[in-house]
Design a protein around this ligand. Structure first.
Ligand code: OSB
Ligand code: MG
Length: 374
């Protein structure tokens, strides 16, 4: 596939409600999109870097730079036939997985369109619907959180995940469990605790949580393995898992019993599939995490979640929970059973609303192969 042009765009999009984690509050997203044009087809990718380097070392600005200066020209100079060739093409660039994923995922979208099949089939997906959960940010009061949970359960979501941190944990779990003893409940600390909080974390066992996500340091395996030995509740790693090798290390060290796979965090579909396969072969369940994506990132998450090992509800929910208007058509919707029906049209399966994207764009840059520019 000859790459004719790569257009990068930054969009400003306010969230319908603020999202607070242990590392900060997000009100307005700065979305970075990659549009790859090739032989009359257009593939789209979304960079999941945050506005600040708080979740990981990448941000919208660092990803923009590395895509413009390095990854974009590398990709434009090649004629990749498969998304799976991107890790080799980007091989000389260390780190920056979210920037890489935005471009690689656009190539997978293009490849599926060229083959005339849905993206989920191209990657070997086996599901027609995917189970959905919601991730609920830290709120100004427990009452407010309870009201939101009531709504989400009524909408059909199959799992409630509560963002937590010291001061917003056991008291909250207690109130939620008293009201809904039977719901599937989990929590995500985004690295808010230290080893000295071990006793406190052990007290989470009383709430029958499906998992505790990333309680300790973002780059740790060893101390999570120490903690897991003391906990009944399964640990799920998110931030720590950057690739297949990390997956093997975490499983071997028993640092976790569940893995959250995020396309951006691991660098795109190739590595996400490799992480999935490694976990599946070892009997470790996985689920697809979210990064407050627009419909483009959401479409890729939906395709990824069709793989066999994605047995737990993911953080992929309806477009309307995030956006007044999403940039895809149709928007992502969730059934009253808390499921997303995977679309069957070629490629990502959702049309991209280029008119709306143009209106939301605050900066744009086009990268072409040097040969074409000359
Ligand atoms: O840790 O899963 C996380 C959002 C931003 C950064 C990190 C995380 C999250 C979420 C939100 O939990 C998931 C979503 O609804 O997109
Ligand atoms: Mg997480």
């Amino acid at each position: 596939m000859r790459i004719d042009a790569i257009n990068l765009r930054e969009l400003h999009m306010p969230l319908v409600r603020p999202f607070e984690t242990s590392f900060g509050v997000t009100r307005n997203r700065r979305i970075l999109l990659a549009e790859v044009q090739s032989e009359g087809l257009t593939g789209w990718g979304e960079c999941t870097a945050g506005e600040h380097p708080y979740f990981s070392g990448e941000s919208t600005d660092t990803a923009w730079q590395v895509m413009v200066n390095d990854l974009g020209p590398m990709l434009a100079a090649e004629s990749p036939e498969h998304g799976g060739q991107c890790p080799r093409i980007f091989g000389s660039v260390r780190g920056n997985p979210m920037a890489k994923a935005a471009l690689e995922n656009a190539i997978w979208d293009l490849e599926a369109q060229r083959e005339g099949i849905p993206l989920y089939q191209l990657i070997g997906g086996v599901r027609e619907t995917i189970p959905c959960g919601v991730s609920l940010g830290i709120q100004s009061s427990v009452e407010k959180l309870l009201a939101i949970i009531e709504e989400e359960i009524a909408s059909g979501y199959q799992r409630i995940k509560l963002k937590c941190k010291p001061g917003w944990d056991v008291e909250v779990f207690e109130r939620v469990r008293n009201r809904w003893p039977g719901i599937t409940l989990s929590c995500d600390a985004n690295s808010a605790y230290k080893l000295r909080d071990e006793e406190h974390l052990v007290s989470f066992d009383a709430f029958d949580l499906l998992m505790i996500e990333q309680p300790l340091w973002h780059d740790d395996f060893y101390f999570h393995s120490v903690l897991q030995k003391r906990l009944e509740t399964p640990i799920c790693l998110d931030e720590s898992i950057r690739n297949r090798r990390d997956t093997l290390a975490a499983i071997e060290m028993e640092s976790c019993k569940i893995i959250n796979i995020k396309l951006g965090r691991v660098g795109g579909f190739s590595e996400a599939i490799a992480v999935h396969n490694a976990a599946l072969e070892r009997g470790i369940p996985v689920w697809c995490g979210g990064m407050l994506e627009t419909g483009i990132g959401r479409a890729h998450n939906i395709a990824l979640s069709s793989l066999e090992g994605f047995t737990l509800p993911g953080d992929i929910s309806a477009s309307a929970r995030y956006w007044a208007e999403d940039i895809i058509e149709p928007e992502v919707e969730v059934t009253s059973q808390g499921e997303i029906v995977i679309p069957d049209s070629p490629g990502r399966g959702y049309e991209v609303r280029t008119d709306l994207i143009d209106r939301l764009t605050v900066r744009k840059e086009t990268i072409r192969a040097l040969a074409l520019v000359a």
